[in-house]
Design a protein around this ligand. Structure first.
Ligand SMILES: *Cc1c(COP(=O)(O)O)cnc(C)c1O
Length: 396
């Protein structure tokens, strides 16, 4: 490609220029501490109040339930650890799914090491949580259900309202990691019976290192950082004013263009899925075809290695992601792809392409051309593929 094509928006996004512009004055001119009483301080306090209102409205709640954090991971950690502690006298059993982000799974490992018991619910071959299994897992000592709104690898959207209703019926708290779903699908915490919800700024064209945790009024939760009175004494420390303002701007813009943006993404997504199916044999779409994030494409290509594809795509100036947890230094296939039943060797040949608001049809078409070439080239070097073609008579 003649310019960089970024198709890894589930990993992170560029901040919109308007977001950066909105933030800049808060570094140099409007630098007052929001807790100060002079006007330099009250000005930044007002900016925070305004941003908080935008975020509250975006999920159908009011400002006092929005707590700023340093992003998705912190929100997830806080939601789980602090409710586990606050409700320990009621019980120590937590239910989650097998396809959560590591910010949830590793926090559950931590809680398990502190005497909590965790049940991990299976998903079906499309990545949808098994509701019957979830219901059957509920016990008198269950204090929390945490299920992600939409998956970051395969894009499957969960039946959140149903899960919320089940939790409510049993008097159990319900947390959802909505980092990927936020501003991609409409969210109403009241209607969906969500008690806690995590989001992150850098996944929605906002700044990195900022996010929020929604905590429904009435939920008992321990303070996350002890110190000053910020965030209703639950998360102390002088507010990250520029980032909060930037996140507010990002949310405002993402809410305003949600319908238009996501319908364009869906069009490009489906164009890409159809083209790959049509042009590349032995390819399998991972995740549900329709209960799917507007911007997610995830394919497994038999007889190729995801990592090799990424390197060759990088040489063609295309950023994508694979199904191996290479970031952790290991080459274990992703727990999500294993949970939907992919064998190891298929999971290893997976490619995730996630769209953003400014991707174009030309880019998508060009990327499919490249993928077709790369897959053919890698297969031509694969002894397994050669064997397979010999055995099947080479019918592509
Ligand atoms: C990115 C992501 C996170 C982590 O968010 P950070 O802001 O990077 O800490 C958590 N959950 C999901 C589903 C994500 O995609």
């Amino acid at each position: 490609m003649d310019h960089l094509v970024y198709l890894d928006h589930a990993a992170t996004t560029a901040a919109r220029p308007e977001v950066v512009e909105a933030m800049l004055p808060y570094f140099t001119e409007k630098y007052g501490n929001p807790s100060s009483i002079y006007s330099l301080g009250s000005e930044t306090k007002a900016a925070i109040t305004h941003a908080r209102e935008i975020m509250a409205k975006s999920i159908g709640t009011t400002s006092e339930n929005i707590y700023f954090t340093a992003g998705g991971s912190e929100s997830d950690n806080w939601a789980l650890v602090a409710t586990a502690e606050a409700y320990a006298s009621k019980g120590k059993h937590i239910i989650t799914s097998k396809i959560e982000h590591h910010a949830i799974l590793h926090t559950c490992d931590y809680l398990a090491s502190r005497g909590y018991e965790i049940t991990y619910i299976d998903v079906d071959e499309n990545g949808v949580i098994k509701l019957d299994q979830l219901k059957a897992a509920i016990r008198p000592d269950t204090i929390l259900i945490s299920v992600m709104f939409a998956n970051n690898e395969i894009g499957t959207i969960q039946p959140i309202e149903e899960i919320g209703a089940i939790a409510k019926e049993h008097g159990i708290l319900f947390h959802t990691d909505a980092v990927q779903a936020y501003c991609q699908v409409p969210i109403d915490v009241g209607k969906m019976h969500i008690d806690m919800l995590s989001i992150s700024g850098h996944k929605i064209n906002g700044p990195k290192g900022i996010g929020f945790l929604y905590i429904r009024k009435g939920v008992k939760i321990r303070s996350f950082i002890h110190g000053g009175a910020q965030e209703r004494k639950r998360r102390a420390g002088t507010e990250n004013v520029p980032s909060i303002v930037g996140l507010g701007k990002a949310v405002e813009m993402a809410v305003a263009d949600m319908e238009e943006r996501t319908s364009k993404e869906i069009e490009l997504r489906d164009r890409m899925i159809d083209a790959i199916y049509k042009r590349i044999p032995y390819a399998r779409l991972n995740g549900d075809r329709t209960r799917r994030l507007p911007n997610n494409v995830n394919f497994s290509f038999q007889f190729v290695e995801g990592e090799s594809m990424l390197i060759m795509l990088d040489m063609a100036h295309i950023c994508a992601s694979s199904g191996s947890a290479c970031t952790s230094g290991s080459l274990d296939p992703s727990h999500v792809l294993l949970a939907i039943g992919l064998p190891h060797e298929i999971a290893h040949g997976s490619l995730r392409l996630t769209l953003g608001y400014d991707n174009t049809q030309e880019e998508i078409d060009g990327v499919v051309d490249e993928i077709e070439k790369i897959v053919a080239r890698l297969r031509s070097m694969s002894p397994l593929y050669e064997d397979f073609i010999k055995k099947t008579g080479g019918n592509k």
